[in-house]
Write a protein that binds this ligand. Structure first.
Ligand code: GLA
Length: 379
């Protein structure tokens, strides 16, 4: 509270409007989203089964609470202009009740344009009405995807158009996390929070490939000053468990997203998740880095060829450190305390091996497999 008052005061002095007060998304949102695995093959039955699996797999108890339906749920509008779901979703309110009954929250998707990216009905000229419908259904999260809005609005209108839906959501009185999706155009990180966003995509769509994941993830360096409690950079949803990367690469993916304080939205089929995948996603020591109360996004502190050291300041003066090897062979990656402004001895814990690695002084190295990570917590 004090901190946000201070930020508001500092911004007011700088002549900028203060950031809107935010109670939602104090830490980066965690949950699941249908798009990466199911795309258009998502329906009421599958969402219910996913909600069941969120509980039985331990995902919910590890912190993943939002069950987010992405594009292709939308039907026509009725005579009064109310948005209806299509035949895949016979009763949205009943589905939301089911998901809530599991101790989970539910999210939905729309576009400020006339059509969504998959050509379904968007919210153009129906913003307040749609927000009211979502609230009446019991929706807790909206992803709002630019798509066809480029046909009806000027690009320079974007901050205003995103704010329109933020205000409509707020007017419902229901707390609804607001996710901006416009692929990082026009430096959205500079205005996304002022448009009411709790998170905003910083890039185009992720693919389930090392090349895609690494080029998105490592490109986030420099955006750290725009993230904080209530408003986060979103480098897109997780691909962990979708089959296009190795377990080593998926551990690097989750580690990097956690260092980035990124939203953690699993994108795999939780109903048939092998224990190795579940073990990666529900590693609580890793998730705790993402969810750290200080709410700082990490950044690169050192780079030598394909070796990179990333760091995230944590509450209580602790640090998370990621040693990454983007190269094709196993490599020794070196950490130097002076890069962190630290000196002397510090105790380090390996968050994937789940064991303490003792005290380290000045500089030290670990062997890191190709496309892998060693993720440490420094006390
Ligand atoms: C865009 C978004 C994706 C997904 C699809 C749905 O590509 O970036 O995350 O929501 O639309 O059509």
């Amino acid at each position: 509270m004090l901190r946000s008052l201070f930020t508001a005061a500092a911004l007011a002095i700088a002549g900028m409007p203060p950031l809107p007060a935010q109670e939602l998304a104090a830490t980066p949102p965690m949950g699941w989203n249908s798009w990466n695995h199911f795309e258009a093959k998502i329906d009421d039955k599958t969402v219910r089964e996913i909600a069941d699996a969120m509980v039985s797999s331990g995902m919910r108890d590890a912190g993943y609470v939002y069950v987010n339906i992405d594009d292709t749920w939308e039907g026509e509008r009725d005579a009064q202009g109310n948005i209806l779901a299509n035949s895949k979703f016979p009763d949205m309110k009943a589905l939301a009740d089911y998901v809530h009954g599991k101790g989970l929250k539910i999210g939905i998707y729309s576009s400020p344009g006339p059509k969504t990216c998959a050509e379904y009905e968007g919210s153009y000229k129906h913003e307040e009405q749609d927000a009211r419908t979502y609230a009446a259904w019991g929706i807790d999260y909206l992803k709002y995807d630019w798509c066809s809005a480029s046909k009806v609005y000027l690009r320079s209108d974007m901050p205003k158009i995103y704010k329109l839906m933020a205000d409509a959501l707020k007017a419902t009185g229901r707390p609804i996390v607001y996710s901006l999706c416009q692929y990082g155009m026009d430096k959205v990180w500079e205005w996304g929070a002022r448009s009411g966003g709790n998170l905003w995509r910083t890039t185009g769509d992720i693919e389930d490939k090392w090349k895609s994941m690494e080029s998105i993830g490592f490109k986030q360096n420099g955006l750290e000053k725009y993230a904080g409690p209530g408003h986060w950079n979103d480098p897109d949803m997780l691909e962990v468990g979708n089959g296009g990367m190795t377990a080593t690469e998926y551990r690097a993916h989750l580690s990097l997203w956690s260092l980035l304080a990124a939203p953690l939205l699993a994108g795999n089929d939780l109903r048939s998740m092998p224990s190795e995948t579940a073990g990666i996603l529900t590693n609580r020591e890793v998730v705790a880095i993402d969810q750290d109360a200080l709410g700082k996004q990490g950044y690169r502190v050192a780079q030598e060829g394909a070796n990179e050291v990333w760091a995230k300041p944590l509450a209580g003066g602790e640090w998370a450190i990621g040693l990454f090897n983007r190269g094709p062979e196993t490599a020794k990656v070196t950490v130097r305390w002076k890069d962190f402004g630290l000196s002397g001895k510090h105790r380090v814990r390996d968050l994937w091996a789940h064991h303490d690695r003792g005290n380290q002084k000045d500089q030290f190295w670990y062997e890191v497999p190709s496309h892998g990570v060693v993720l440490l917590r420094v006390k």
